[in-house]
Write a protein that binds this ligand. Sequence first.
Ligand SMILES: [Zn+2]
Length: 390
Amino acid sequence: MARTSAYDLLLRGGHVIDPANGIDARRDVAIRNGKIAAVDARIAVSGATKVVDVRGKYVTPGLIDIHTHSFGYAAWTFPDEYGLPNGVTTVVDAGGAGWKNFEQFKSSIIDQSQVRVLALLNIVGAGMLGIVEQDVTEMQHEPCAEMVKAYPDTIVGIKAAHHDGPGWESVDGAVKAGDAAGVFAMIDYHRHPKRTYKELLLDHMRPGDVHTHMYGLHTPQFDERGKVHKFIRDARRRGVGFDVGHGGGSFWFRIAKPCMDQGFQPDTISTDVHKGSFFLPRGTMPITMSKLINLGMPLREAIDRSTRHAARAINRPKLGTLSVGAEADVAVFEFETGDFGFVDSGLASMRATRRLTCHVTIRAGKALWDLNGITRPAWDKSGEYIRLPV
Ligand SMILES: [Zn+2]
């Protein structure tokens, strides 16, 4: 009689960082039926169909990138092509679609992706279709909230962005829609003399709302003495979240370094990934995390802000963990030491000594990215293979 294995896949000997469960130690991780089945100091190899040696590597929950672009304007990137090579198993599209075109986004991208795609619905009805984001008549909070309520599993919040006008229609509309639908809002800040950053953080955003582009050139971080504004720290104390949102224009070493040195670190790490940030300055999750690590953030903190904190920000606390019973979204990283360099949004470089590189990305129990084929059998021991199952 054939013996059934207790586990489909056993990741053996890696260093697990799972902040939600307080784990930062050598652990084996076992997966069965697409779920985390066990995390333990030693799990018997004999109980597993496939055993993968990950000694010397870090095993983490699949990363959650809460600010990406997967729809709605010319520069977006596909969730799988971006996410899987980078250890990202959940992306949140930040406002590509509004209530008028969300269902098109869902059927054409969200439902077709292996990476989990969640959405922030743009307060603008037509989403990020260029000039439309300046049209205040498009900012209707009622139909926006109705669409959020129609897709509670997929839409996690509201996005307000790119609005240059003098008024608060974009921000206040997003907050009203968020109130009506019971979700948070992600807000970016475009400078305007009639709308200050201080007013945005202290008077318009709610606790739980997130300001993205915290290290952006267009975000005023410092007072005349070069210190992070007191009102920014006050906003953090009242519960406003601060997110990286690297993108093409929002990660500058000359801003990030003094902010980090003064203890103004991100609550969540995200990329704002699109074609304008993917190649240069290469603002992917592992690279953005590596930049912060080289500026002084411990690895464990970088993982925490890309998993547990991100899950909390989007109100999906079951994501971003390796808890037994959770969907098996797992990333395996090498934390390299060497002579590396990173490029910022100003296209200036920084020499550095540490770099995170994703080796394996597992989504719902399946290894869909495998840099060196460590989850795959050797070709010369695989018999008359045509195509081996994942
Ligand atoms: Zn963005």
